[in-house]
Every structure is written in structure tokens, then in C-alpha cells.
Design a binder for this molecule. Structure first.
Ligand code: ADP
Ligand code: MG
Length: 249
């Protein structure tokens, strides 16, 4: 794994905090994410994993701290977040495809509308990526004609069509039937092999162990432990992480 940690991080999270009313979900989160990193975030349900991910592209407004993305503080209200958000692809548990549009239309809409790219170029890229994820023959289908695993692969392609600098995944396989999990993880594994920077909230411990450059454990509003995957899983230090792993492994 050749990650250059001497250069500036792609994303610098500094003392990030998030409260919903009186409830402090994220207390003090700091992490540097470098180009090519695959950061897997694990932790109990309700621990703030989704909130953390959503703060990264300001789907949630942080209530404290800073997030530097490519050197720009995107927490700053003066920052044009839409511009930066285009560089951050996001894939959700639910696929959020437009049901009344063909797959190709789903894939080309944002590149044409938001990035002003020509239909021809947007379609060429979309078709190339569809081919790559094994769905070249589905360009003219509608979302409801696809399986969950196919829809999620399309959702990944849709994010990739914007040429993002980082991909954010929020439990992308949690809503899938078990037999479809593998096909989605395979696409993510390929992305990682191509050195896409990724932040992945997941319960797939096998994937985290195999693909992550770093694994982080979130609980109680903090990252309680962080390590490279082998150490993280074989030699956990924090008691809460040990307990968590004893339940999920
Ligand atoms: P996770 O993804 O780890 O399961 P979440 O980030 O979804 O956890 O949620 C963390 C906590 O924040 C939970 O207690 C949840 O109820 C609360 N929370 C999340 N979103 C909101 C919201 N929009 N308003 C109020 N509370 C919220
Ligand atoms: Mg969540």
C-alpha cells in the first residue's frame, strides 16, 4: 500500500462536534484521511457513524470543529459547499435512484446538469462504468427492474460519474439480501485497488480486514481506537472495542 502520508491529507477532520439539540452525538473527532486511504468505520448502532459521514460533506451541519477538504474549510459558512460536495461521492444504504428514469438517465443527469458536460461524454463514461460493474446491458432498464445488488452497483457508478476525489459509503450492503452483498463488495474492492480514497461505514468485518488501510472504532462520540486492520482485529486494546468485536466476529 503506497500512501504518501508526507503530503497534505485529502481530508482533515479537526475536533469535529455535532449536537442534535442537547444530545452530543460527536464529541471530539479528529482524523486525517490521505489520498488512497480506505478508512473503515465500525461501531455500535447509534454511535454516530452516519452522522460523522454526513458531516464530511455537510449533509449535517457540524456544531464544532473544522473539516478541511483539499485544504478548504468546508465547515465555514462562506464555503460554497455544492462545489466541494461534487468531489465527494456518497453511497447510502438505500440506493436513492430516480424511479422514473432509466439507469443511463440516472447516471448522466448530474454530470450534465451540475458539471455542464455534454450528453455524449456523460453517456460514454456512464456506459464504460456500467460495463466495469457488469451491468452494461442495463442502461435502458428502470431501477425497479433491478435487484438490490444491481441497484447498489448502479448507485456506486452514479457517484463515480461525477469523478469524485473521495467516496463515502454508509453501510452500502446492510439493506441487501445476503447473496447480493458480495457483488457490491467486489466493486468496492476494485475501487480500492485503483486507489480511490474511501470512507466506509460498514459491518462487514471481513471487508474491513481485507481492504481497509485503517480501521476506526466509534463509540460514545469518539474514535476510541484506530489501527491498521490486522492489529486492529487481532490485538484490540480498548475494552469496548474488545466487547464489540466479541459480538460481531
Ligand atoms: P449510527 O450511524 O452509528 O447508527 P447515527 O449517526 O445515525 O448512528 O446516530 C447517532 C445518534 O444521533 C443516534 O442517537 C440518533 O438517534 C441521533 N440522531 C441522528 N440523526 C439525528 C437527527 N437528525 N436528529 C436528532 N437525532 C439524531
Ligand atoms: Mg448509520
Amino acid at each position: 500500500m503506497s500512501i504518501n502520508r508526507m503530503e497534505n491529507p485529502l481530508i482533515q477532520v479537526q475536533n469535529l462536534g455535532k449536537k442534535f439539540g442537547d444530545v452530543e452525538v460527536l464529541k471530539d473527532i479528529s482524523v486525517d484521511i490521505y489520498k488512497g486511504d480506505v478508512v473503515c468505520v465500525i461501531g455500535p448502532s447509534g454511535s454516530g457513524k452516519s452522522t460523522f459521514l454526513r458531516c464530511l460533506n455537510r449533509l449535517e451541519e457540524p456544531t464544532g470543529g473544522h473539516i478541511l477538504f483539499e485544504g478548504v474549510d468546508i465547515v465555514d459558512k462562506k464555503t460554497d459547499i455544492d462545489k466541494h460536495r461534487q468531489k465527494m461521492g456518497m453511497v447510502f444504504q438505500q440506493f436513492n435512484l430516480f424511479p422514473h428514469m432509466t439507469i443511463l438517465k440516472n447516471l448522466t443527469l448530474a454530470p450534465m446538469k451540475l458539471q455542464g458536460r455534454s450528453r455524449k461524454e456523460a453517456e460514454e463514461q456512464a456506459l464504460g462504468l456500467l460495463h466495469k460493474v457488469g451491468l452494461a446491458d442495463r442502461a435502458d432498464s428502470y431501477p425497479n427492474q433491478l435487484s438490490g445488488g444491481q441497484k447498489q452497483r448502479i448507485a456506486i457508478v452514479r457517484a463515480l460519474c461525477m469523478n469524485p476525489d473521495v467516496m463515502l459509503f454508509d453501510e452500502p450492503t446492510s439493506a441487501l439480501d445476503p447473496e447480493m452483498v458480495g457483488e457490491v463488495l467486489n466493486v468496492m474492492r476494485e475501487l480500492a485497488d485503483e486507489k480511490m480514497t474511501m470512507v466506509v461505514v460498514t459491518h462487514e468485518m471481513g471487508f474491513a480486514r481485507e481492504v481497509a488501510t485503517r480501521v476506526m472504532f466509534m463509540d460514545g462520540g469518539y474514535f476510541l481506537e484506530e489501527n491498521e486492520p490486522n492489529e486492529f482485529f487481532s490485538n484490540p486494546q480498548n475494552e469496548r472495542l474488545k466487547l464489540f468485536l466479541s459480538k460481531v466476529l
